[in-house]
Design a protein around this ligand. Structure first.
Ligand SMILES: Cc1cc2nc3c(=O)[nH]c(=O)nc-3n(C[C@H](O)[C@H](O)[C@H](O)COP(=O)(O)O)c2cc1C
Length: 369
């Protein structure tokens, strides 16, 4: 067992004890320690884990070792590609990055607030997309030796909401096309940054204008196979999913990911274990932020199911794939959606939950019934 797995195991009961009793100190502690843990994790060099070859996928003409990999926010600075290959992740996703560096959120003496809810397999964060900026991450990823079945994915968000920000985003996309990224996930769903008071849980006019702009300036003029997918919130209104997919197909997007964290505090409250409630109330009242993990299971399942039902009715002339993120923990979550036609999966909370029990074998164990 690696030192980090032992640490995670030892921390687990303490975490349960302190989060139930001391919201502020737990938040202060875990917001900081989470980053130290990740910094050490990306330096780990476990023995190569091998997955059965039937898990391989070819999607958009890109080879994936398996259909599951890390969600955005885990490897914000783009470190961890070698670890992902050794653990046998299906791909490696870097970011979210923005064109310019971002400091992120700071409040009540806490930088990049994060709070786990260990009894609920969940957490909240209000980080505000801290990242060193696209160029730094692109330059460091240029150095890596890529494995042909572990694609390199860039998660990208605009600096802001102005026309100029979108222009810059398209320039970054053009640059990414000349770099070694295999596909791009556009994050249009972070609840922790200002969107001029709007959210993109519906097909509002501003959202449509943004994606049309990206389509005209970049998608329709691509010079190589660089699929671009959109990541939206798990709070997206299910009844708008069919319309959304029609629009994305018209605009030449290549897929859709449901999705990002939720701000549906009232709706998800019941999914938070009574022992975690005090911390949950503290976090949403102090920061707001987005909820991750088990409470999103149902939402991400329903949204991706509706998406697949709509896609199956259409005769597509190009590939369009649905990715499910939110509350993915085990083989059951995977098989339920794979049966509906979902192509790819990402995990964040589930990755760390499984790391406690299985360490670097977490991808292998994921596929064990
Ligand atoms: C600490 C933290 C940071 C995150 N940062 C990002 C991010 O930078 N970009 C993004 O698209 N999603 C981000 N997310 C959302 C995750 O990628 C994922 O969509 C969400 O946690 C739901 O998946 P899960 O239930 O497997 O955790 C973050 C989540 C957490 C917990």
């Amino acid at each position: 067992m690696s030192f980090l797995q032992t640490l995670a195991k030892v921390d687990n009961p303490f975490r349960k004890f302190f989060v139930a009793r001391c919201p502020y100190f737990s938040c202060l502690f875990y917001s900081h320690v989470r980053k130290l843990f990740l910094k050490s994790l990306v330096k780990e060099r476990p023995k190569q884990v091998h997955l059965p070859s039937e898990l391989r996928r070819s999607i958009w003409d890109i080879q994936f070792r398996s259909p599951i990999f890390n969600a955005a926010g885990m490897f914000k600075e783009g470190e961890g590609y070698i670890l992902a290959c050794l653990q046998s992740a299906g791909a490696f996703l870097a970011g979210t990055v923005t064109p310019n560096p971002k400091f992120g959120n700071y409040r009540k003496g806490i930088k990049h607030p994060f709070l786990p809810y260990p009894h609920s397999k969940s957490s909240s964060n209000w980080m505000g997309l801290p990242n060193p900026g696209y160029l730094q991450v692109r330059n460091s990823l240029k150095q890596i030796e890529k494995q042909k079945d572990v694609p390199l994915v860039l998660s990208l968000a605009a600096d802001g909401n102005m026309q100029g920000d979108l222009q810059t985003l398209c320039e970054v996309l053009r640059d990414a096309e000349n770099s070694n990224f295999d596909f791009v996930e556009l994050n249009e769903s972070c609840p922790n940054i200002e969107h001029n008071g709007r959210n993109y849980n519906n097909l509002d006019e501003n959202f449509l204008k943004r994606i049309e702009f990206i389509s005209e300036k970049f998608l329709k003029n691509r010079k190589r196979n660089l699929p671009v997918i959109l990541k939206l919130s798990n709070d997206f209104d299910p009844k708008n999913v069919p319309n959304l997919i029609d629009v994305l197909l018209d605009l030449q997007f290549d897929g859709l990911n449901f999705g990002n964290t939720s701000t549906d505090y009232k709706g998800l409250e019941q999914a938070i274990h009574p022992s975690d409630r005090k911390s949950f109330e503290y976090f949403i009242n102090t920061f707001g932020g987005g909820i991750s993990g088990s409470p999103l299971k149902e939402k991400s399942f329903i949204l991706t199911q509706i998406a697949m039902e709509h896609i199956k009715q259409k005769s597509l002339t190009r590939e369009f794939h649905i990715i499910r993120t939110g509350g993915i923990f085990d083989f059951d979550d995977y098989s339920k959606s794979v049966g509906k036609g979902v192509s790819l999966f990402q995990w964040f909370t589930g990755y760390f939950e499984n790391f406690i029990n299985f360490g670097h074998f977490l991808y292998l164990k994921f596929f064990t019934k």
